[in-house]
Write a new protein. Structure first.
Length: 303
């Protein structure tokens, strides 16, 4: 099904972007606030606005003022979710953070049920549960000491999951009722507003100028490529919302963790300078099991 291709373009491209993010943070943003990274996301969104306006001039003015405000809220919520995620990632390991992304499809199911009347068959719910379970399997780490429950991490990531689900819901409503590219345009405007708010804060502005002065060409090249990849994943995943239930698309989106580990293994084998992933027999067996569970889940939700 065509929507499945677009749904999976999100987690695949986001997984690649995650490795770029790790490289950028370690090489250029060790001494900077993670919020500065979101400024690059906002910049890329701004650059796409003239392109959409040129290709779809009539569509972007079709929504009313109230609709435009809500669509922009979708973009603001998305950026807020990413800020919650980056804040959590600042103080916790990725393996502790990523399982909380499974909250997004659960929030999405509840929101879509009450707002859109979306219901899932038993087969679809089983498939969605298997997709989430497969992603959780690959997120488990063995041989570590049991840690206490961390309230700050849970609050940040549950807020992230809810904001992602609500952002996706708003986008879906208007993409169906109005027009996909018009909704995308105003969503990017919302992201730009969030970026402008960050840029108005003196400390973030100074940090951005400092990192750009120190590594202008390299940073713009790597970060620009990263944001274009991330943009492709976001647009693809949002396009899939027009054809499939919100919770199913978000469950597929939660497989980002699985693809992060898959690309990590590939980089470890072919480009060990850029990434290293554990390649023990246990780890590989765990990843294969997770991939199989996700594959069964996808088969159930698409048939």
């Amino acid at each position: 099904m065509s929507w499945l291709f677009f749904a999976f373009s999100g987690p695949v491209l986001w997984a690649i972007s995650t490795h770029f993010d790790k490289y950028l943070v370690e090489k250029y943003f060790k001494q900077s606030d993670v919020a500065v990274l979101l400024l690059f996301t906002a910049f890329i969104g701004v650059l796409t606005l003239p392109v959409i306006a040129f290709c779809e001039p009539a569509a972007i003015v079709s929504p009313g003022a109230g609709s435009i405000a809500l669509i922009m809220l979708s973009g603001i919520l998305y950026m807020g979710a990413m800020l919650f995620y980056l804040r959590a990632l600042q103080s916790e390991e990725a393996s502790a953070v990523s399982p909380f992304f499974q909250a997004a499809p659960l929030f999405g199911y509840v929101l879509a049920y009450f707002s859109l009347g979306e219901t899932l068959s038993v087969q679809q719910m089983t498939g969605g549960a298997l997709i989430v379970a497969g992603t959780l399997i690959v997120s488990i780490r063995f041989g570590r000491n049991v840690r206490v429950f961390k309230v700050r991490l849970a609050i940040l990531m549950l807020a992230c999951g809810f904001a992602l689900a609500l952002s996706g819901l708003i986008f879906k409503i208007f993409a169906i009722r109005v027009e996909f590219w018009a909704t995308t345009f105003w969503m990017f405007v919302g992201e730009a507003i969030f970026g402008a708010a960050l840029l108005s804060i003196g400390s973030y502005r100074r940090q951005l100028v400092a990192v750009l002065r120190a590594n202008t060409t390299a940073l713009l090249t790597v970060s620009g490529s990263n944001e274009l990849i991330n943009l492709g994943g976001t647009v693809g995943s949002r396009y899939a919302l027009m054809f499939a239930p919100l919770s199913i698309v978000q469950a597929i989106g939660s497989t980002t963790t699985l693809f992060v580990f898959a690309f990590g293994v590939a980089f470890s084998v072919f480009f060990p300078r850029f990434a290293r992933e554990t390649l023990s027999v246990r780890e590989l067996a765990q990843k294969k099991t997770a991939a199989l569970v996700v594959a069964v889940g996808v088969a159930l939700v698409t048939h």
